[in-house]
Design a protein around this ligand. Structure first.
Ligand code: NAD
Length: 415
């Protein structure tokens, strides 16, 4: 059900962008369906010798501009609808940052928190083997997402390589550095969130020094966003994870909170902070709100409670279209997911290029290339939004969908 809502949101966005661009109706008909959806039954031996059966999905939305690219998530909510929406957003995202990729997404419906490392390894390898014919450096290149990480990518790369008979580091991105991963990949999504937030703050004349920030989610994106924003002098006043949140107007040290989470399994009950709910976090008193967890968190029901001046979307699809409208009318500056979190796929692209050319770039080189691309893209979207008098999501979608539509028209339909 939740997945259905997310897909409806993605389709509403596509419709809006297509109408604004005045695209031929057939382009909308083409793009509303993924090119290929793969469903597999992933069966594994559990540690207690019983058998586990899980649904695995890979949706390849459109590859008109290059091979498919997109993350793989492990979560109990994973459904075909949810993965389809996420794959569609990947298509627009890659087009916005001008990456030669199409969009894809994958997932396994499971509860990774209840599985051992060896079970997760078997699950990952079995899933990879079931979709291997559709993967490859020139077909479809997976990356990490919710509850998957660089270890998961190492297993995928190893399984793919074992089945091909030779090492193919360029088959996945977000790998550990020692097997071909890129410098700066782990922080890349958070870095683009921070860069876009910095540019938006300049426009709003909001000083980042001591600006207050609330972050929903404390995983790869949330934790790294907290660290980067803390380093540039912002004050992190609220953070949450799946077990709830904490509020601390005096500021939270992300490193110390990370250790607390490792020790206790949750961000709650930290130092002098007050425990709050995720709903409280979204409505907390702050200058900048960074959703970095799940989809559909800001909806028409709670959009009015948002107090932040800037919402910078680290997560994919955290805001529903009706909430977008409310936020825009309230004057909230929203930096949409397909722009704000595009640093992840951008450095994934850099990783793929390094693998294909058998080179390894220094961190400074990666970060400087990332900054140039993200800042340029941010202002391209910003200029379009001024011209169209629209919110940043609409202009980002127009840019992404428009480029994909152009590519379809240029290539033509075969036969
Ligand atoms: P992660 O698994 O590393 O972390 C997820 C975090 O969200 C955890 O702290 C978890 O406790 C928290 N969480 C889960 N359910 C929650 C809930 N209902 N309320 C509040 N917190 C909750 O995942 P991640 O890689 O950080 O991904 C987070 C989001 O960012 C996802 O939407 C993902 O698609 C998006 N994203 C990730 C990347 C990337 O490079 N990893 C790139 C682009 C976008």
């Amino acid at each position: 059900m939740a997945g259905h809502k997310v897909l409806t949101n993605a389709l509403d966005q596509l419709k809006l962008a297509s109408e604004k661009l005045g695209l031929d109706k057939s382009i909308y008909e083409i793009l509303k369906e993924p090119k290929r959806s793969i469903l597999v039954s992933v069966t594994i031996k559990n540690d207690d010798k019983t058998i586990g059966v899980f649904q695995g999905i890979r949706v390849q939305h459109w590859d008109v501009k290059g091979p498919f690219k997109g993350g793989i998530r492990f979560h109990p909510n994973v459904s075909l609808d949810e993965v389809t929406a996420l794959a569609m957003w990947m298509t627009w995202k890659c087009a916005i940052v001008n990456l030669p990729y199409g969009g894809a997404k994958g997932g396994i419906c499971c509860d990774p928190k209840k599985m051992s490392t060896t079970e997760l390894e078997r699950l990952t390898r079995r899933y990879t083997s079931l979709i291997v014919d559709y993967l490859g450096p020139h077909r479809d290149i997976p990356a990490p997402d919710l509850y998957t990480n660089e270890q998961t990518m190492a297993w995928i790369m190893d399984t793919y390589s074992q089945l091909k008979g030779y090492s193919v580091p360029e088959s996945v991105t977000g790998k550990p550095i020692e097997i071909g991963g890129s410098e700066g990949r782990k922080c890349a999504t958070a870095n683009s969130v921070a860069l876009c937030t910095r540019e938006a703050a300049k426009i709003l004349k909001l000083k980042l020094k001591n600006a207050t920030i609330a972050i929903q989610g404390f995983g790869n994106v949330g934790y790294n966003a907290a660290t980067v924003m803390h380093q540039i002098g912002c004050k992190i006043v609220a953070i949450s994870d799946s077990s709830g949140g904490i509020l601390c107007p005096n500021g939270i040290n992300p490193e110390r909170l990370y250790l607390h989470k490792v020790q206790t399994g949750s961000v709650q009950n930290f130092d002098n902070c007050t425990n709050i709910t995720n709903e409280d976090l979204l409505a907390s008193n702050c200058d900048i709100l960074i959703p970095a967890a799940m989809e559909n968190q800001i909806t028409e029901k709670n959009a009015d409670t948002i107090k932040a001046k800037i919402v910078s979307e680290g997560a994919n699809g955290p805001t529903a279209p009706k909430a977008d409208k409310i936020l825009f009318e309230k004057g909230v500056y929203l930096i949409p997911d397909i722009l704000a979190n595009s640093g992840g796929v951008t450095v994934s692209y850099f990783e793929w290029v390094q693998n294909l050319t058998r080179t390894h770039w220094r961190l400074e080189e990666v970060n400087s290339k990332l900054e140039t691309r993200i800042v340029e893209t941010f202002h391209e979207v910003e200029r379009l939004s001024k011209k169209e008098k629209s919110d940043m999501r609409t202009s980002a979608l127009m840019l992404g969908v428009g480029r994909v539509a152009n590519a379809i028209n240029t290539r033509g339909l075969w036969p």
